[in-house]
Design a protein around this ligand. Sequence first.
Ligand code: DX5
Ligand code: ZN
Length: 217
Amino acid sequence: MIKIAPSMLSADFSAFAEDAARVARAGADFLHMDIMDGHFVPNISFGPAVMKSLLGKTDLPFDVHLMIENADRILPEFVTAQTEYIVVHQEACVQLGRTLDLIRSLGAKPGVALNPATPVSALDCVLADIDLVLIMTVNPGYSGQKFRPAGIEKVRRLAELRRERGLPFRIEVDGGVGLGNARALAEAGTDIFVTGSALFGAPDAGEWMRAFRKAAE
Ligand code: DX5
Ligand code: ZN
């Protein structure tokens, strides 16, 4: 069963909680939180206080995607009763193992994201220590960008490594995900699909998610 994680970056910020409740009712599995610092990525989104305003508004677990430098300093603020994954970028963490240990010590599941230009081999030494790999299929910073199909091959390679090594990590994709690439991504081995503009732009979120699951499964 695939999972769908709506990106709250594409929600209406003036109706943030209502939009979260709406996608939860429509059948979402996670709320994906895109946290941007204006340094690692060119955009600034929202911080822990805004994320925490969604606590208790739905019972969906939070999937927190940190597109920030110096993640160790602020990441404890994102560990809440509803936080399941804390995902950091390989490119932004100088001592990745230390950051992953910190996330686990706080009681969240550690994940690592890879930009489109970073090969899967960059995670070779940490695959056994993580619960999730996030393959970016756009350069992070904005929603509504065009899907980069090279990510499909990276998902396939990861799924192969997971089989070979008997590891339990989940594979997530993020960026330009929609009905047109659901099937190829699912076949390659994707477990969790982040979706921003395609889902929030659909007239009926429930219908869109049903169509997406059908296309993927
Ligand atoms: C990009 C973010 C994504 C993005 C998804 O930096 O990490 O989560 O907002 O939006 P779409 O699905 O519109 O690409
Ligand atoms: Zn994201």
